[in-house]
Ligand binder design. Structure first.
Ligand code: FES
Ligand code: FES
Length: 163
């Protein structure tokens, strides 16, 4: 397939690439840019493990053509934190609440939660659960993940999210 040039900014760095027209953003991130934090689960838009931020909103990079984000800014899990060794409060909370087991779903969960907390003016347990409901975890379960997000939102202690 014919390759075309695109320019894309990921975590504040601009990249110029030649890619086939049907290359997904997920393929560009993982294979071309070697940013393997973003995970491929289903590859069909169902599991949420490939979630990244585009214009601050969560998108499924497996369903997004790289061409669609030509000239745009994308944030991946590698872009969380300060860049000076400080991890994001959400990452800290996931660790503290035991919300990570195998970790495969974690990047997608973090990016979904990040977007939600930045966009939501008055988050509560229910709205957090709704926001996270498109992300599938096969091992930890969801209670600890919700707990962690509630903690960062300032609406819950370690007990409040348990089910
Ligand atoms: S890999 Fe994209 S939604 Fe599952
Ligand atoms: S921690 Fe393993 S899939 Fe969520």
């Amino acid at each position: 397939m014919k390759k075309i040039p695109i320019s894309i900014t990921v975590n504040g760095e601009e990249y110029d690439l030649y890619i086939p027209q049907n290359r997904t953003l997920l393929e560009v991130l993982r294979e071309d840019l070697e940013m393997t934090g973003t995970k491929e689960g289903c590859g069909l838009g169902v599991c949420g493990s490939c979630t990244v931020l585009w214009k601050g909103a969560p998108v499924r990079s497996c369903l997004t053509l790289a061409l669609e984000v030509e000239g745009e800014d994308i944030t991946t899990v590698e872009g969380l934190g300060t860049g000076e060794g400080e991890i994001d409060p959400l990452q800290k909370a996931f660790i503290e609440h035991g919300a990570v087991q195998c970790g495969f779903c974690t990047p997608g969960m973090l990016m979904t939660a990040k977007a939600f907390l930045e966009m939501s003016k008055d988050p509560d347990e229910r709205s957090i659960k709704e926001a996270m409901s498109g992300n599938i975890c096969r091992c930890t379960g969801y209670a600890k993940i919700v707990e962690a997000v509630m903690d960062v939102a300032g609406i819950g202690g370690p007990e409040s999210g348990r089910r």
